[in-house]
Every structure is written in structure tokens, then in C-alpha cells.
Design a protein around this ligand. Structure first.
Ligand SMILES: Cc1cc2nc3c(=O)[nH]c(=O)nc-3n(C[C@H](O)[C@H](O)[C@H](O)COP(=O)(O)OP(=O)(O)OC[C@H]3O[C@@H](n4cnc5c(N)ncnc54)[C@H](O)[C@@H]3O)c2cc1C
Length: 416
């Protein structure tokens, strides 16, 4: 069933009796060509592009909970491609281009909104760093513009550029960045994959792998054994736990990241703003809530909830930038488990076990990567070769000294 404006009107006039479930609830089969573990954004996008671009295979996505219950439905919805380093920027720009055509591609309203992202600058050194970043973006075919305080005030008149705790000296804008309704991305990819024959199996936890003669031949699950020719792991914050079942120790730690939403307000913030003198970022949802977040909680955890000191820290940063924030009431807050890699960049690679592939290390920037990650992981699974835009995301970059350390923080995952 295709969704369209005509269909919405027809259903409105006929009592909404014609809608069908957006995806099936299939019984797991005994064997698949490819199994994807993890029904988050990355797992579902992988299955979608496998079926759409590299067709002809029997594919299943195994999800231990429900579609959209992980980080894909917990993030602050920001998409952008404002990266500095060569290993990253072409990949994230590919992702932004895929976002731009995504809704037409999978025929689902994911509320892709290119309302722009603005990184504020508070010192001369920061201006130099952001100018360099903007130039790197332009060299890689992305858009970037350095804004003066006057240009910033035209769009964000509530910002205090000269008499705040940290005066604003300018900003780096990416006008094609913005927000996307996060859980609709999971639903859109799930529906698009299902239409192309992918079995999306919820409430199916992978508890182990079956390996024979150095080759992965299937997975043990809470719903029994399922065989496969190839297995792709895309479980984000649970990566280290899953891969420990084949004795792999990943260059990763799991940390909690919290997000916050205020009560609904009249339109006040037209785009996404990031504070340059503290870790704070904010946008406004279409329902009016201010959506914001900041630092990780700072300790390793698999809990999907955070602690109070970070709430205070995030709100302090927010108040320093936008004192009016103190007048808004907080409506909701939650946490997600982040797969923090040692250099802050992801991994899309084969493992040492034949037929077992890995996708993870997305830190707290993996939502924007969803389309390109799915496409590149599908490419690797189908062709056994990395996609040209993901060749740097290898396991061995850590042993070969080829880290993609965007923030220059070294191997301290809590700082990336
Ligand atoms: C508060 C917060 C704010 C964020 N903000 C942004 C942002 O603004 N922009 C941005 O780009 N990124 C952001 N991120 C990061 C982004 O959400 C993640 O990097 C990305 O969603 C991770 O990929 P995923 O969608 O596949 O993960 P998930 O949705 O977590 O998918 C992994 C799935 O694997 C399943 N799973 C785990 N173990 C098993 C198992 N053994 N068997 C079967 N299934 C299993 C889980 O249940 C889960 O559904 C944010 C994250 C958080 C928590």
C-alpha cells in the first residue's frame, strides 16, 4: 500500500478502515541468506538497502525488543555533515544527501526538516577552528557558511551576543542540516524493508552465535536457532555485550547520554543551535517542545536512564546561552546507551570470523549516519567489499595508528 495525500483524504472520508499494518509480524524461518541483529535505525536501514539495492536475498532483522525502542527513538534528531576529517566528511555528506531524498525513496513521512544548524563561536581560536572545518566541508562538497553576529541576530534575535557569560563572536552554519523525526525513520525503513520481503522479527534476542570451522553459520535466539550465510551485527550500545559472545573485545565503551524536552512553546528557535562554550545543543520540535542535550553521564553503563549531576550541567549550559530557558518547564527526559569508540568514529567492517560482520561505534552522532551506515553496511554484506565512503571505518585502524580522531581527544571515549 503506497501512502499519498489522496490516500489520506480517501481514508478520512471512509472511516480509516483501509489502513494496513505497516509491516508484517512473521514467524522466524529456519535459515536466511543474511541476518541483521538489531532493529534500530542502522539495522533496519541495512536491511532496506540490501533488499532494494543489492536484491535477491532472504533477509531477516532480529530485534530483542521493539522497533524504535533503542537509540533511534531516543536521540535529539539532529542531522548534519559538518565534519572535519577526510575519513568522516564524505561519509556524513553521503548520509545528508540520502536524507534529502529519503521520504520519496521509502514513501514515508519522516519529517525531514532542513532548518539549518548553527555552531556558535565564542573565541578567536574557535573561529579559526570552525573556519578550517567549514573549508574542509566545502572541499568535500558540503555547504558551510561563516556567519557574523549580525547575521546570527537576524535569525536568532534572543541570543545575547555581547553581554552574556560567553559573548558570541560568530558562527559556522550548515543550512542543509536540521532535524528528522527519529522514530518515523525506524518505521519508514521497517516498512520499506518489509515491502521488499525482509522479515522483521521483534522480541527475538540473539543470545549466542554458532561457529563451525571458523565460519558463522547461525545465531541462537530467544525464539530458537536460526541459520544464516552471513550475519551483520548492528546493536549500537549493546555491541560489546553481543560481540563478547564470540570473545571479541571491542575498542569501545558504553555510556549513557540523556535528552530533554520542555513543554510546548510558541515557535522561538527556527533551527538547531550548538553552544561553543559548553556542551549544549537545542532545537524546537514541530509540537513546540525545546529538545536539548549535552554531555555524557561520564561513567560506563548499560542503563537507559541518567543521573542528576548531568541534568544540572546541561541546564546550566542552556541557561548560560539562553537564560529564557529557565522559564520553561521540563516535560520529559530519558537516556540511551551509546557505543563510544576510542577515537569517536564508527566501525563498519568484517570480523575475524568468516561470515560475521560488524557495524557500531556510533558514539552520540549515529542518528545522522543512519542512511549512509545502512547503505555502506549493505554494500559490505552483499559484496564483501567496503563502500568507497566507508573504507576508513576499519577495526585495524587502532593497531595501525590510523585513528579518525575528529575531536583530537585521543582514546578517551567519554570525551568524544
Ligand atoms: C539522548 C541521545 C541523543 C542523541 N542525539 C543524536 C543526534 O542529535 N544526532 C545524531 O546523529 N545522533 C544522536 N544520538 C546517537 C544515535 O541515536 C545513535 O548513534 C544511533 O541511533 C545508534 O544506532 P541505532 O539506531 O541502530 O541504535 P538502536 O536504535 O539502539 O538499535 C540497536 C538495537 O539493537 C537491539 N539489540 C541489542 N542487543 C540485541 C540482541 N542481543 N539481539 C537482538 N537485538 C538486540 C536493541 O534493542 C536496539 O533496538 C543520540 C543518542 C541519544 C541516546
Amino acid at each position: 500500500m503506497r501512502y499519498s495525500g489522496f490516500k489520506v483524504i480517501k481514508e478520512a472520508l471512509t472511516g480509516h478502515k483501509g489502513w494496513k499494518p505497516a509491516w508484517r509480524d512473521p514467524v522466524p524461518q529456519a535459515h536466511y541468506d543474511i541476518i541483521i541483529i538489531g532493529g534500530g535505525g542502522h539495522g533496519l536501514a541495512t536491511a532496506y538497502y540490501l533488499a532494494k539495492e543489492f536484491g535477491g536475498k532472504k533477509i531477516a532483522v532480529l530485534e530483542k525488543g521493539w522497533i524504535g525502542g533503542g537509540n533511534v527513538g531516543r536521540n535529539t534528531t539532529i542531522v548534519r555533515s559538518n565534519y572535519l576529517l577526510d575519513g568522516n566528511e564524505p561519509f556524513y555528506e553521503m548520509s545528508l544527501k540520502l536524507w534529502e531524498g529519503l521520504e520519496q525513496d521509502f514513501n514515508y513521512n519522516a519529517m525531514v526538516s532542513q532548518r539549518g544548524i548553527l555552531n556558535l563561536i565564542h573565541s578567536d581560536a574557535q573561529r579559526d577552528a570552525f573556519t578550517r572545518r567549514g573549508n574542509a566541508m566545502i572541499l568535500n562538497g558540503a555547504d558551510a557558511e561563516m556567519l557574523t553576529t549580525g547575521q546570527i541576530l537576524d535569525r536568532y534575535p534572543f541570543l545575547n551576543v555581547d553581554n552574556a557569560r560567553f559573548p558570541i563572536k560568530g558562527g559556522l552554519a550548515q543550512h542543509r542540516g536540521g532535524t528528522v523525526r527519529h522514530d518515523a525513520v525506524a518505521w519508514g525503513y521497517a516498512r520499506g524493508a518489509d515491502i521488499r520481503g525482509v522479515d522483521i522479527i521483534q522480541n527475538c534476542e540473539v543470545t549466542g552465535f554458532r561457529i563451525e570451522n571458523g565460519k558463522a553459520i547461525g545465531v541462537e535466539t530467544s525464539r530458537g536457532y536460526i541459520g544464516a550465510n552471513k550475519i551483520g551485527c548492528a546493536v549500537a550500545g549493546s555491541s560489546s555485550r553481543l560481540m563478547s559472545k564470540v570473545d571479541m573485545q571491542l575498542p569501545m565503551e558504553s555510556h549513557v547520554l540523556q535528552a530533554f524536552v520542555s513543554e510546548g512553546l510558541k515557535p522561538v528557535i527556527p533551527g538547531v543551535i550548538t553552544f561553543g562554550a559548553g556542551h549544549f545543543y537545542c532545537s524546537q520540535s514541530d509540537k513546540g517542545g525545546l529538545v536539548f542535550g549535552g554531555d555524557l553521564d561520564g561513567y560506563n553503563s548499560y542503563a537507559q536512564r541518567g543521573n542528576m549531576p548531568v541534568v544540572e550541567d546541561v541546564c546550566e549550559s542552556g541557561m548560560a546561552l539562553m537564560p529564557m530557558l529557565g522559564r520553561a518547564r521540563l516535560l520529559r527526559m530519558w537516556g540511551g546507551v551509546m557505543d563510544m569508540s576510542m577515537d569517536g568514529s564508527p566501525i563498519i567492517d568484517k570480523t575475524h570470523i568468516d561470515g560475521l560482520y560488524f557495524n557500531g561505534g556510533w558514539c552520540y552522532g549515529g542518528f545522522k549516519a543512519t542512511p549512509a551506515s545502512g547503505y555502506c553496511f549493505a554494500h559490505l554484506l552483499a559484496r564483501d567489499m567496503p563502500h568507497p565512503n566507508a573504507t576508513a571505518f576499519r577495526f585495524d585502524r587502532f593497531s595501525r595508528g590510523l585513528m579518525i580522531d575528529e575531536k583530537g581527544m585521543g582514546n578517551q571515549p567519554n570525551l568524544h
